[in-house]
Design a protein around this ligand. Structure first.
Ligand code: DGT
Ligand code: CA
Ligand code: CA
Ligand code: ZN
Length: 574
């Protein structure tokens, strides 16, 4: 089971305990343990298996016991008892952003609201605003949140689903019976949210694979069990389809189950015109013998249709087949094109590693430079820097830079764009820094015009290199703020500001669509991990995948450049 599953159960215990009203220390212990598990670099499974889970700082004896139980059964008694005493629907209410266990407790106790439908009803009939401490504004926010949750219903954010999928793949790959195993479906295409996980295997012992699959500890329910397809629901609620396919047909099966449906529909039309048909079993002639033309590899499938290989990330029916026909498929950016990472935090603000630790970890990933971009003082919760601290931090970064060979640490900041569009730092310090990311972290709900003015004012300072997470959306969470995107992109182009594609797992912001829009207007993009720890640096993978979904090439992305060229590509009037 992946660590997130453990963390989720612990977080839920903390929240449910708060609703139930148990003592504060216990709640705090679960919250802390959840955070510890989230930040652990190694699989908690391994620590349980070698019986060292109690040695982890922040995990006490009784929570260690819970973790062992989760390891065995997917859940634990504390969790199931809380749910049976309270109401399972409360877990959905915890998804309402900005409400929190304390207020849910009040609404639950006073109105008997115990799930999303009853919450919706109470909010629509104006019952919520009558409660003390909960006004009309909160009630409207609750309704907007429920509407958002309904929109995302049943879908899981990509990073979470992908981690779960990789964990399943890796456990099954260890079986002797498994020859080949691949994740297909929307995860392979890198879609932002995932309906279910699709896994393909080749084996000469299907029964052994199926048995092992349904016996995985995090399987809650077997939905379908057949000779070639088995579907299960995991304890977290996500469905996994496992298909056993013939080795000779692996390419056509992988292609079929990778989708998208839209891509397939267009391909089928094209195949028909050429007297061919295409299915999960291959490409066939539509003659009487139904001669098999291709099935082994995906390249073979496309070649049979007289097309170059189309990468999974752009198989969405967004013009890729036409582009392939006309030989203008973009040469999509790859991980190996990336030379550095331009957004990360250290212990100076809300990160967990030092400047040098971040640099060393980045160097190990193969980067040749990074920018250290800690927060400015407006972000008090992140211990943002005053000008004095930033000045000292720039010096500390320069010093660290001298201590690491063949690597450049750029001095930078993630400066807040304040409500009026001014930047939360002295301008001479921003000018002195190598890399300035500017981001919005407050007042997300401004009117469109006001937000546009705010961003334009920030861009027009001429001090910004990069607009950080440019819409503020949280994946499967808060929607982004709205502004006149064309006006902002135009100003960014004029002032040499790159737009970030933030790969941190909660964000993926810009999304692929906006990235493509920026690129088509001639803007450059920057990939950033927004790492708050050394492990967080690997989030660049997600940024690359979303960049590919946005049809971006290495030329569209600034951090594929050597550092000197990178610095020349932004804030030209600086
Ligand atoms: P999801 O799971 O909603 O995030 O999206 P996908 O794309 O993973 O969709 P899913 O799991 O329903 O099916 C996986 C792929 O298998 C899909 O992209 C295309 C293919 N596929 C499955 N069932 C059908 C079908 O009934 N018609 C067509 N054309 N393709 C299908
Ligand atoms: Ca799927
Ligand atoms: Ca599926
Ligand atoms: Zn930020």
């Amino acid at each position: 089971m992946d660590n997130n599953h453990y963390a989720r159960i612990l977080n839920e215990i903390a929240a449910l305990s708060q609703i139930k009203g148990v003592n504060r220390f216990k709640i705090r212990a679960y919250e802390n343990a959840a955070r510890t598990v989230e930040n652990l670099t190694e699989p908690i499974d391994a620590r349980i298996e070698d019986d060292t889970v109690e040695d982890i700082k922040g995990i006490g004896k009784s929570i260690a016991e819970d973790l062992r139980e989760i390891h065995e059964t997917g859940t634990c008694t504390v969790h199931t008892e809380l749910l049976s005493e309270l109401d399972p629907g409360l877990l959905d209410l915890l998804e309402i952003q900005g409400l929190g266990p304390k207020r849910i407790k009040a609404i639950y106790e006073e109105l008997g609201v115990c799930d999303l439908p009853s919450m919706k009803e109470a909010a629509e009939s104006g019952e919520i605003q009558k409660l003390s401490g909960l006004g009309k504004k909160t009630e409207q926010k609750i309704l907007a949140e429920i509407e958002r949750l309904e929109r995302h219903a049943g879908r899981t954010p990509l990073p979470q689903a992908r981690r779960t999928a990789l964990s399943i793949r890796d456990r099954l790959a260890k079986l002797d019976a498994v020859d080949r195993i691949e994740i297909a479906g929307s995860i392979r295409r890198g879609r932002e949210t995932i309906g279910d996980i699709d896994v393909l295997v080749t084996t000469d012992d299907p029964q052994a694979v199926t048995d092992a699959f349904v016996s995985l500890t995090d399987v809650a329910e077997v939905l379908v069990s057949g000779e070639t397809k088995t579907s299960v629901r995991l304890v977290g609620g996500i469905q996994v389809d496992l298909r056993v396919v013939d080795e000779d047909l692996f390419g056509s099966a992988l292609h079929y189950f990778t989708g998208s449906k839209e891509h397939h529909i267009e391909l089928r039309t094209r195949a028909k015109r050429a007297g061919l048909k295409i299915s999960e079993y291959g490409v066939f002639k539509t003659d009487d013998d139904e001669t098999l033309v291709a099935s082994k590899t995906e390249e073979d499938i496309y070649a049979a249709l007289d097309l170059p290989y189309i990468p999974p990330e752009i198989r969405e029916g967004h013009g890729e087949i036409e582009a392939a026909e006309e030989g203008r498929l973009p040469d999509l950016i790859e991980m190996s094109d990336v030379r550095g990472d331009l957004h990360m935090h250290t212990t100076e603000t809300d990160g967990r590693a030092s400047i040098l630790e971040m640099a060393q970890a980045a160097k190990e990933l193969g980067w040749s430079y990074i920018a250290i971009t800690d927060h400015s003082q407006a972000v008090t919760v992140a211990n943002g820097m005053t000008p004095e601290r930033f000045e000292a931090h720039i010096e500390a970064i320069k010093k660290a830079n001298d201590e690491i060979d063949d690597f450049t640490i750029l001095s930078g900041i993630e400066v807040d764009i304040l409500k009026d569009g001014s930047l939360d730092m002295d301008h001479d310090l921003l000018a002195a820094a190598d890399w300035v990311v500017a981001s919005v972290h407050s007042y997300f709900n401004m009117e469109t015009d006001k937000m546009t003015e705010r961003l334009l004012a920030a861009i027009e300072t001429g001090l910004i290199c990069e607009m950080g997470h440019p819409t503020g959306r949280m994946l499967g969470g808060r929607d982004g703020y709205t502004y006149d995107m064309d006006a902002v992109l135009e100003a960014a182009l004029e002032h040499g500001v790159a737009m970030e594609l933030n790969g941190s797992t909660g964000r993926l912001d810009f999304n692929a669509e906006n990235a493509r829009r920026a690129q088509s207007r001639g803007l450059k993009l920057v990939l950033g991990s927004d790492a708050h720890s050394t492990q967080g640096l690997s989030a660049i993978e997600y940024a690359v995948q979303q960049a590919r979904r946005g049809w971006l090439t290495a030329d569209d992305v600034l951090n594929t450049l050597p550092v000197d060229e990178l610095l020349k590509s932004v804030r030209p009037k600086h």
